[in-house]
Structures are given as C-alpha cells and as structure tokens.
Design a protein. Structure first.
Length: 243
C-alpha cells in the first residue's frame, strides 16, 4: 500500500478475519480459502486518515464431484451428483450433463436412470479469480429389451435366438441351455454378438435357452425360451395293394 501525504504516514492492513497488521506491505503466502475476502489499507497521518480496499479472490481448487450411491447405476435406479470446491470468496457452480443441459447447482438428482443418462458429467466452478472443472462418468446397468422366443423346429434345420439389451456398452452376451453355459463350436455359434444360432439341429438340442447380458455395471438374464425339436418333416406312405 502506498500513499502521499505526511510528514509521517502509518499503514495498517485490516484483514478479512478482523485482525490488523501494521505495515505497508502484507505478504499472503500459501493462499487458501480462508484468505479470501476484503483487505483494507488504512493510512494515517497527523492530519487524518484515508483507506482503500481490495478483494482477494482464489481460483477454485480441491474440487470434488461425487455420485451417490455409485457412478455405476442400475437401469431404472437413482443417482445424486454433488460438487464442492474450495476457493472464492464466492463460488458459482454449473453441472454440465450429457442430456439435461446445464444445471446451475451444486447438486443434481437423476431418477429412473436410462441409457441416455449415461456419459460424462462436468462440474464447472467459477470465482472472480478464474474457473476450474472436474468430470465424472456415469454408466448404466443392463436392461434386456428383446427376449428370445420359443421355437419348434425340425431336425437338421437351423434356429436363431435373439437377445438385445439396453444400457451402457460394451455388452457381453452368453447363452445357456437348461442353465448350463453353451460352449460355442462350428454348429453352435453367436451371430452379430447378440444372436445365437444352431445349425444343423440335433435331437439333443431340445431344451430351455436363455441369454445373460453383462456390462461394467451388472448383468441380467433374459426370459427362458423353449426349443422343441421335431422329427424330420412330413412322412408320406404310399398305398400298396395286397392280393
């Protein structure tokens, strides 16, 4: 702090925490949140006094962005995002979302979470000194939207079971027959990742089939589809004449 006047001048700094420092120079080292606020320099001479003030602002730091109960959310579940920061003296919070625009708040509750709620959420914190931000990624668990259907097929024909899921990709699809994991081979194959084909069918393929879909959050089983394997197609018998 500098001033003209005199013949002698006394300088006093009045700090935000209501303490005073007698000096024309006030070092503030290792600046933290509690250092923010208004600093007033009071200059006194025999003729009177004058003062001037300055506000110390700190760029937001130590940002935290949490998702409760977890950033991995079951399909249809709920999650609450909360952002906090140090800095100031005043902080403005904006939560940037994948599908809900920008929300001017420290907290965002998302209920009945769907696939389009997945993605990167960003907390942007602004003070008079600057802006800082922090991201968190929300992933959504599995929901099966297409279940395999029951089929009746002839021996030596082929069959395809379909199973489709919603949620956060990537998905892993596994197929089960009578609750036993199917080992894929040249006859039993996955098609387009989610579909399962048997070609050609054998009598022993009769049974109940379902798929299990897994992602980074959880897994889900489809409903069960019954496969009935019938003997060869129509059988014709030629009449004969017995004499």
């Amino acid at each position: 702090c500098t001033s003209e006047g005199g013949p002698t001048l006394d300088y006093t700094w009045m700090l935000p925490d209501n303490t005073n420092v007698t000096s024309d120079v006030l070092p503030v080292n290792n600046v933290m949140t509690n250092d923010t606020g208004e600093y007033t320099c009071l200059v006194t001479s025999e003729a009177g006094n004058a003062s001037t003030s300055v506000t110390l602002s700190v760029v937001p730091y130590n940002i935290t962005l949490s998702a409760e109960p977890s950033p991995k959310v079951a399909f249809g579940g709920n999650v609450t995002l909360t952002c906090s920061s140090e800095g100031g003296p005043s902080l403005n919070y904006t939560l940037v979302t994948p599908n809900k625009g920008n929300v001017t708040s420290q907290m965002l509750a998302v209920s009945n979470v769907m696939t389009d709620d997945a993605g990167v959420y960003c907390c942007v914190v602004t003070s008079e000194a600057g802006t800082s931000s922090l991201n968190i990624t929300i992933t959504v668990g599995v929901s099966i939207v297409t279940n395999p259907g029951a089929q009746e097929v002839f021996i030596n024909d082929s069959v395809i079971f379909s199973c489709l899921a919603d949620g956060s990709e990537p998905f892993t699809y596994q197929w089960y027959k009578d609750d036993q994991l199917v080992t894929m081979d040249s006859r039993l194959q996955r098609v387009n990742t989610s579909n399962f084909t048997i070609d050609p069918l054998q009598g022993g393929d009769f049974g109940s089939y379902h798929c299990q879909v897994t992602n980074d959050v959880d897994n889900m089983n489809s409903s069960t589809a019954l496969l009935t394997v019938s003997p060869f197609g129509s059988v014709s018998v030629s009449p004969s004449v017995v004499t």
